[in-house]
Design a protein around this ligand. Structure first.
Ligand SMILES: C[S@@+](CC[C@H](N)C(=O)[O-])C[C@H]1O[C@@H](n2cnc3c(N)ncnc32)[C@H](O)[C@@H]1O
Length: 316
């Protein structure tokens, strides 16, 4: 069992009013329990299921399975063959808003894409006509491309660009924009990992500032009537509800949209329809997600052909 830090206790007080709820949350972080592995089938399931499954949740997408705790899907030959992608169930949770959007969107942009889970979910659930998977960090783009290639996600353009460049070059072009933002990574603790400084106020403030910047740039990419999915895998309200409240105050053309399949996960920390998964649910280490719509009228702009000729853009 790990030590309970004062900063963790402070965060638990921000999240829960009831002491017993705080306690189960803290316990889930200091004595982590294993979560069922999840897989996303990129193609139809094989005739014979190679894994032991647990019962699906009512809202689970039909192309996702949760496996028994002893299963190790990443070592199965079907993984290497790209028949499925391994992702933690929190990643499924944050992607759920995509399941209620119209398919196929003409353009979908994943702004913070490595190592690829949200891009693969977007491809499987929405089959966008043009899929752009962006990762600005050069040391992470290799893993993104490897994963997309192994899972045979095509066509997809892998990009390495900052969100402010995208906002400048291809504004109002995407029916769907996905921002699974970099964050303070507090949920790593619930997976048994280390995440030094994850509850420190300076670290949280730094991440919140970065998230607002990415979200503001991502908003520029959204076509009139298009959608923006914002999510993190961290607990602190400053990186979640407060970011969304800030965003809606500054970009009033965006409106939050109810995600029908997640209503029982409504965040109690805001009136905005937005959803949280906590580790004490036993489903995943933790997540926050919200669906926003650009209510402006108008038509989507076209991505200029020259954009795809840039050396930082690779067609897979
Ligand atoms: C939570 S991870 C994304 C996980 C990914 N969506 C998935 O499902 O596999 C956040 C990603 O954002 C990237 N990132 C960091 N700074 C960024 C920035 N300024 N703009 C966009 N993405 C950024 C990180 O390198 C990281 O790959």
């Amino acid at each position: 069992m790990k030590k309970v830090s004062n900063l963790l206790l402070k965060t638990s007080c921000q999240l829960f009013n009831v002491p017993s709820e705080r306690q189960v949350f803290v316990d889930a972080l200091v004595s982590p329990q294993p979560f069922h592995p999840a897989i996303l089938w990129t193609r139809s399931r094989p005739a014979e299921m190679p894994f032991n499954l647990v019962a699906p949740l009512p809202w689970q997408p039909e192309f996702v399975d949760r496996l028994a705790l002893d299963q190790q899907p990443s070592q199965h030959p079907l993984h290497q063959a790209g028949e499925f992608y391994c992702l933690d169930f929190s990643s499924v949770f944050v992607a759920m808003p995509m399941c209620q959007l119209a398919s196929p969107p003409a353009v979908l942009i994943d702004v913070c894409a490595a190592p690829g889970g949200q891009t693969i979910f977007a491809w499987r659930s929405l089959q966008p006509l043009q899929l752009l998977s962006n990762e600005p960090m050069s040391k992470r783009i290799g893993a993104l491309i490897t994963n997309l290639q192994r899972a045979q996600i095509k066509p997809v353009f892998a990009l390495r660009s900052d969100s402010n460049i995208l906002a400048e070059v291809i504004p109002q072009t995407a029916q769907v924009v996905v921002v699974n933002a970099p964050c303070s990574r507090q949920t790593l603790l619930a997976k048994g990992g280390e995440s030094p400084g994850c509850f420190h106020p300076v670290n949280i403030a730094k991440n919140a500032t970065r998230q607002k910047r990415i979200l503001a740039n991502a908003a520029q990419l959204v076509a009139p009537q298009g959608h923006l999915v914002y999510s993190t895998k961290t607990y602190t309200p400053d990186e979640n509800e407060r970011v969304v409240e800030w965003f809606l105050a500054h970009y009033p053309q965006f409106q939050p949209i109810v995600v029908e399949r997640l209503t029982s996960y409504q965040s109690s920390l805001t009136n905005i329809p937005s959803y949280r998964l906590f580790p004490q649910s036993g489903l995943g280490a933790g997540a926050f997600t919200v669906l926003l719509q650009n209510t402006q009228d108008g038509v989507a702009r076209k991505i200029p052909a020259t954009f795809f000729e840039h050396p930082s853009v690779t067609l897979l």
